[in-house]
Ligand binder design. Structure first.
Ligand code: SDX
Length: 431
């Protein structure tokens, strides 16, 4: 934390308080209110945390006005174009791009952690076949606490490292097996001769009855999608992981909490909801009807994949994703994909509409991702599990940063209480 000689003056109930102000390396200054309740007897009020910095971090920086996203200082479009997912994992975890020998060692370590304990298969069999893959992931990730006891002591840096590697390595297997269980096909084991994205695709789409060759176009596109979803500052699921971790809960339980939060349609579930929306719209001539619905305060409908708490400009990930959608569908020979046509027309018409312009609503990461994933052969129910397996490295990196922070303490917000003041119990015969 940068010490500050800058202060903010607050006058409340006739008293004046000087609050320290800290300046970041990038972004807005912050006002330190940690002593406010003790000194002034008042809370700040910020439901949804629209103006609240919950921590300090060196991992990811977002400039919402400019539409910039940096991971350890590197712009997301450069990482998506020049790097690959496991190198980005290394960058997020350790803070610097690796030299060749370190990258090779890291990739070998992750590759050799991709298998699940054989007994974990039985967890899957307890679910109904039509269970949503995210329901399965929440359960199986939490169950890792019951299988990997030798990496649950968060006070041991070595165990934190092993847990981090296990989570990053095993999430593709967990997600692929959730899909296989859902469609009634046998589980496919990971292979150590395949890269991370290719391994995941093979575990999803291979069947014992024949050899499966990974399409390099699809594995490159999958790797890019994983890179684009890897981390995103203090979003809802990352904040969930941080809050769960602040009580000292083991990493597997905390990441399971992140998976649960990500599932919501306002967050990581938006990619599934967006594709379902595009399917419902169906054709370009129905777009005006849906744009009017999105603007109607009395209609709960919102354009899924549009808007963002932080970005008030294009989500830089959406730009890369849109370009990738064009490339992948073209390379796959998918001519005139109707959902892509509707998506492009919807984006154009929405961005030309004053409502969206005034509220600074732009396509976000979830607007185009589903179109690519569907073209790869994934059902919509697998879109958020893929987001979760990518975001695991972000959750784990933020968790490691927090646990190692000597200032780390249990998160315990207060409230603006609007309920009854104290009153005496009334016996039932007198009510
Ligand atoms: C992700 O936080 C992250 O970083 C998340 C994420 C990550 O990588 O972790 O980027 C991933 O979750 C992306 C967002 C995916 N969600 C969606 O696409 C769902 C649709 N979008 C919205 O529900 C909404 O935009 C949110 C939830 C994303 C953001 O909501 P906010 O910041 O709380 O904003 P808000 O709901 O207060 O909206 C501000 C105004 C409102 O109108 P007014 O009340 O001011 O009149 O904009 C309107 C909203 O009604 N609005 C929309 C809209 N999003 C906001 N109107 C129509 N369609 C939309 N999509």
């Amino acid at each position: 934390m940068t010490d500050s000689n800058k202060t903010a003056t607050l006058t409340v109930h006739g008293e004046t308080y000087e609050l320290p102000v800290y300046s970041p390396t990038a972004g807005p200054d912050v006002i330190d209110i940690r002593k406010l309740y003790g000194d002034a007897g008042v809370f700040t009020y910020d439901p949804g945390f629209t103006s609240t910095a919950s921590c300090d971090s060196t991992i990811t920086y977002i400039d919402g006005e400019k539409g910039e996203l940096l991971h350890r200082g590197y712009p997301i479009d450069q990482l998506a174009g020049k790097s690959h997912f496991l190198e980005v994992c290394y960058l997020l975890l350790y803070g610097e791009l690796p030299v060749a020998k370190d990258l090779e060692q890291f990739e070998t370590t992750i590759t050799r952690h991709t298998m699940l304990h054989e007994q974990m298969q039985y967890f899957y069999r307890g679910f109904r076949r039509d269970a949503h893959p995210m329901a399965i992931m929440v359960g199986v990730v939490g169950a890792m606490s019951a299988f990997y006891h030798d990496s649950t002591d968060i006070s041991d840096p070595h165990q934190r490292e092993v847990a981090s590697h296990r989570l990053i390595a095993k999430m593709p297997t967990i997600a692929a097996w959730a899909y296989k269980y859902h469609i009634g096909q046998p589980f496919v084991y990971p292979r150590n001769d395949l890269d991370y994205a290719s391994n995941f695709l093979r575990m999803c789409f291979a069947v014992p009855a024949e050899e499966y060759e990974v399409n390099p176009i699809l594995s490159r596109a999958m790797d890019r999608i994983l890179t684009l979803h890897a981390d995103h500052e203090q979003n809802a699921s990352t904040s969930t992981v941080r809050l769960a971790s602040s009580s000292g809960a083991n990493p597997f339980a905390c990441i399971a909490a992140g998976v649960a939060c990500l599932w919501g349609p306002a967050h990581g579930g938006a990619n599934q909801a967006c594709l379902e929306m595009l399917e419902e719209i169906g054709s370009v001539d129905r777009i005006p009807e849906y744009i009017e619905r999105a603007k109607d305060k009395n209609d709960p409908f919102r354009l899924m994949g549009f808007g963002h708490r932080v970005y008030k400009n294009f989500d830089p990930r959406a730009k890369v994703m849109k370009q990738s959608a064009d490339e992948v569908l073209d390379l796959l020979g998918v001519e005139n994909n109707p959902k892509l046509q509707v998506a492009k027309a919807l984006e154009k018409q929405a961005l030309e509409d004053p409502y969206f312009a005034e509220k600074k609503l732009f396509p976000n990461v979830d607007f185009y991702s589903g179109i690519i994933l569907e073209a790869m052969g994934f059902p919509t129910s697998m879109f958020t599990p893929i987001f979760a397996l990518s975001r695991t490295v972000g959750w784990v990196s933020q968790w490691k940063e927090m646990i190692a922070d000597p200032q780390n303490k249990i998160g315990r917000p207060r409230q603006l209480y609007l309920g009854e003041t104290m009153r005496d119990y009334v016996d039932i015969e007198n009510r």
